[in-house]
Design a protein around this ligand. Structure first.
Ligand code: GDP
Length: 333
């Protein structure tokens, strides 16, 4: 029998890669989209992967329980992946209550919809390494205490614990994937890796003169989203739900990540990089470094793509994208 998956946040980076993976595995893939984002550019990531006609989209909203119940009743999913969130840390200080509604309460909304309409479905919650914030251990594992440092991280922490709680309270198959930063050519330009690769490509093509960044001493454990969605799927294939750290086990500074991008196109970073204190955050997460031992032991999962491979892939994709744009605007000039 064909398995059915329901993905919230299907138009985001992870939603697109996860859809691609599940379609390859023969799933019927359904996605929840907000009405306002239904038309226009919202599905550009699905289009980039050429799967926009292979997924079935439903109008619903993470802050409207009735809409979620209706979708779950209609789809009757075997697996639900809750990827919807206000996911940009910096914006969460400007919109803390919206972040709380979508990123925190939204998780309970989805869990309640399942409890009512599909209690046997396996549930995945997209938890985040940002929950470790002011790190309490050098390597962060599933047992490391949390110390969130932004409204986003506080909201994600709620989502994590309510996922654990529904597993323990109602015996539901719920899993929390504590994913460290994961990027790709489909990452939004508000995140630092993509901002860097997009700017480096622009500078290389003569479309920009500088790259302005905030705290370049911050360190992150960066992996490739295409690898990380495999871990999500593996979690839902286990006997029971659990919590897993998904990471590479290597940490790199923003500065060094940036250097990889500039080197790839043969440019000297020092000539273009400007540190702008206006881009510093009210509270910073200085360093994150995940310990993915449990994911390897239990799921047999390991990161496959190195940071160098990923950054080069992203720069090349941005160069291609900008070249197409430039050619199109020349054609209409
Ligand atoms: P996050 O870890 O989820 O917040 O992912 P981001 O990619 O947004 O940020 C990663 C790190 O890069 C954070 O420590 C930021 O403070 C740092 N950073 C430095 N300059 C920038 C910038 O211009 N934009 C973003 N988004 N982050 C920056």
């Amino acid at each position: 029998m064909t398995k059915k998956a329901l993905i919230t946040g299907i138009t985001g980076q992870d939603g697109a890669y996860l859809s691609q993976l599940l379609l390859e595995k023969g799933y019927e893939v359904h996605g929840v989209v907000r009405r306002s984002s239904h038309h226009g550019v919202a599905d550009h990531r699905l289009r980039w992967l050429r799967i926009e006609n292979d997924v079935i989209l439903h109008d619903a909203n993470m802050v409207d329980l009735s809409s979620l119940i209706r979708v779950v009743q209609e789809v009757q999913p075997d697996e639900v992946y809750n990827l919807a969130a206000q996911s940009f840390v910096a914006s969460s200080w400007n919109q803390p209550l919206l972040t709380c509604q979508i990123t925190a309460e939204g998780v309970t909304m989805m869990l309640e919809a399942l409890r009512v309409a599909a209690p046997d479905a396996h549930f995945y919650q997209a938890s985040s390494s940002e929950m470790y914030g002011l790190i309490q251990q050098a390597h962060q594992s599933e047992t490391t205490p949390f110390y969130p440092r932004s409204p986003y991280a506080v909201a994600k922490l709620y989502g994590h614990w309510i996922t654990v709680n529904y597993r323990e309270s109602f015996g539901m198959h719920t899993s929390s994937g504590i994913l460290f930063n994961h990027e790709s050519p489909l990452r939004g330009v508000e995140f630092v890796t993509r901002k860097v690769t997009d700017s480096v490509a622009r500078i290389k093509l003569g479309l920009a003169k500088e790259l302005r960044l905030g705290n370049i001493d911050a360190k992150r454990d960066w992996g490739h989203a295409r690898d990380y969605v495999k871990a999500m799927w593996l979690m839902l294939q286990q006997e029971s739900g659990d919590d897993y750290v998904v990471a590479t086990g290597r940490t790199t500074s923003v500065r060094d990540m940036c250097e990889i991008a500039f080197k790839h196109v043969g440019l000297d970073m020092e000539r273009y990089l400007i540190v702008d204190p206006k881009l510093f955050r009210p509270a910073e997460v200085d360093v994150l470094l995940g310990d993915p031992a449990k994911a390897k032991r239990v799921l047999g999962w390991e990161a496959e793509t190195t940071l160098e491979q990923m950054i080069c892939e992203m720069v090349d994709a941005d160069l291609d994208r900008l070249a197409v744009k430039a050619a199109t605007s020349r054609a209409y000039a």
